[in-house]
Design a protein around this ligand. Structure first.
Ligand SMILES: [Zn+2]
Length: 503
């Protein structure tokens, strides 16, 4: 059994979650469920980055204490697990989790050979919590936020990133550290070849308002939030702790021979594919095996701002994933994210698109198919699925869609292509509906042999759809499987597996 460890990034909690966060969580959940279904042992981890300076500033703006503000938002992120039917095994909060701080301190000490103090003056974007070199700015502004960075001069601890260019390059080009899609891999190689400057890994404690983890042995400084946050991938496994906790989880999920896969957005690629692997090398640890990078969502044509794009004045944002799932169902939200967001390139979310996609493919396509097939088997065969029979005329394409779906899904997910993967499942429903129109079972009702063959193939199609859908829409998959599984030899009476969303 392969041990597969899958993580999402841990978002800042300076605001409530938006639909962009749901994308990464749902993608990771699909991979986790898929690998579990293959018999791998899987640990799926998510969490929140509580220690960001940005949280401190947002709390101040909201007139709340940092602790209360952070707790409130972090809770909303944790609640996404239930709202979106996520199979999260572990949820780490960097400010509250007792595993985190000792792990960060141990990580810091393990890197001490590459840490040094120096005076630094640079252009700092608080939104990104990072220094920018002038050449990296766009018209003097942060490429992520479009804001002017402030000039900051202070004494900080630095990490000797410059030492790690060659080993990082080797890990990536050898495939030991796989970065997908290829464009992102090339981007990282470009960053490495462009020269890696040492990066600052601490902040003066007073500028951080006392929030954050003090640097071991230097309490006037707190550990830079990125160094702190990245450590979560191993602190949650017990890194830096004494005793059996570390022995078991850390050895199994990080120090072993399995998969270690990080999912992340393009904006934090540099931290995850350059800084983090270098930190791991410096501290004598293994590298991740895979880094999967998604692009961004816009909402109704606008960049999603953390302050709530499109939210009606005073009300909750209409792009909050939990609110969307409550209104339209987790299946519909997940299906839109998986079916419409391309592997490369940004995608625009609107409620109208979510509703149209769900009604077209789930209610009308898949739901209608299951309902018709179960109804026909009830009407013509008293609910008994006919015995296996050769593929009837006109059924070859459907038969192929059923047989190939598993491999197609596997290949697509190995390449981090969720649209391709869901297309393989959708093809079953699409071909089955086409086949019904071609075979016209209602016109065959009297000629026994052929009707049996038609109904048998259609029953196979529905069962296959239920089975292949498990990683993508676990709730719907369970409903479909229930509809297609005989009870005391007979299929249950048909009942809708999806409701129609359009009003
Ligand atoms: Zn920025």
């Amino acid at each position: 059994m392969t041990a597969t460890y899958i993580t999402t990034t841990i978002p800042y909690v300076n605001a409530r979650p938006h639909i962009g966060h749901a994308l990464e969580l749902v993608q990771a959940d699909v991979l986790a469920r898929y690998h579990r279904g293959r018999g791998d042992t899987v640990r799926f981890q998510a969490g929140t980055d509580d220690n960001a300076l940005k949280n401190v500033l947002a709390a101040g703006a909201a007139g709340l204490g940092v602790r209360e503000f952070v707790d409130r938002n972090a809770e909303a992120f944790g609640a996404l697990g239930g709202a979106l039917s996520l199979s999260v095994d572990d949820f780490i909060r960097t400010s509250r989790d007792p595993r985190h701080r000792p792990g960060v301190e141990a990580f810091w000490r393990a890197c001490s050979g590459d840490l040094y103090r120096r005076q630094y003056t640079g252009l700092y974007c608080t939104g990104c919590e990072q220094f920018y070199r002038p050449a990296e700015l766009r018209d003097g502004r942060c490429p992520e936020h479009g804001t002017e960075p402030e000039q900051v001069s202070e004494e900080n601890w630095f990490f000797r990133l410059s030492r790690y260019a060659a080993p990082l390059r080797e890990a990536i080009t050898s495939g030991r550290l796989r970065i997908e899609p290829a464009g992102r891999r090339n981007e990282v190689l470009g960053l490495i070849d462009g020269g890696l400057a040492d990066f600052s890994v601490s902040r003066p404690a007073d500028r951080a308002g006392g929030w954050g983890i003090p640097v071991p042995g230097d309490p006037a400084q707190v550990v830079y939030v990125w160094f702190d946050a990245l450590c979560n991938y191993v602190t949650a496994l017990g890194y830096g702790q004494e005793g059996p906790a570390r022995d078991e989880a850390y050895r199994r999920w990080w120090a072993g021979a399995g998969n270690r896969v990080h999912l992340l957005g393009k904006g934090v690629l540099r931290f995850h594919a350059v800084c983090w692997p270098a930190m791991l090398l410096a501290s004598g640890q293994q590298l991740p095996t895979g880094i999967f990078v998604h692009d961004y969502l816009t909402a109704a044509g606008r960049k999603i701002s953390k302050s709530g794009a499109g939210s009606p004045a005073g009300g909750p944002s209409s792009f909050e994933p939990a609110a969307l799932a409550a209104e339209y169902g987790a299946d519909a939200v997940r299906w839109w994210l998986l079916r419409e967001v391309p592997r490369v390139g940004d995608a625009d979310f609107t409620v109208a698109r979510l509703v149209a996609r769900a009604d077209d493919e789930l209610a009308n396509g898949l739901g209608n198919l299951v309902n018709r097939v179960v109804a026909m088997i009830g009407r013509y065969r008293g609910g008994l699925i006919p015995a296996p029979a050769p593929v009837p005329p006109g059924g070859a394409d459907l038969d192929a869609a059923i047989r190939l779906a598993g491999d197609r899904v596997g290949t697509a997910l190995a390449g981090f292509d969720f649209r391709q993967a869901t297309a393989a499942v959708w093809a079953i429903a699409d071909e089955a509906n086409r086949f019904i129109n071609h075979a016209r079972p209602w016109a065959l009702a009297d000629s026994g042999g052929q009707l049996d063959a038609v109904l048998y193939l259609l029953a196979r199609a529905c069962s296959a759809a239920g089975r292949e859908l498990v990683p993508f829409l676990p709730d719907a998959a369970a409903r479909i499987t229930r509809q297609c599984t005989p009870h005391d030899g007979r299929l249950p009476a048909p009942s809708p597996v999806f409701r129609r969303l359009a009003r």
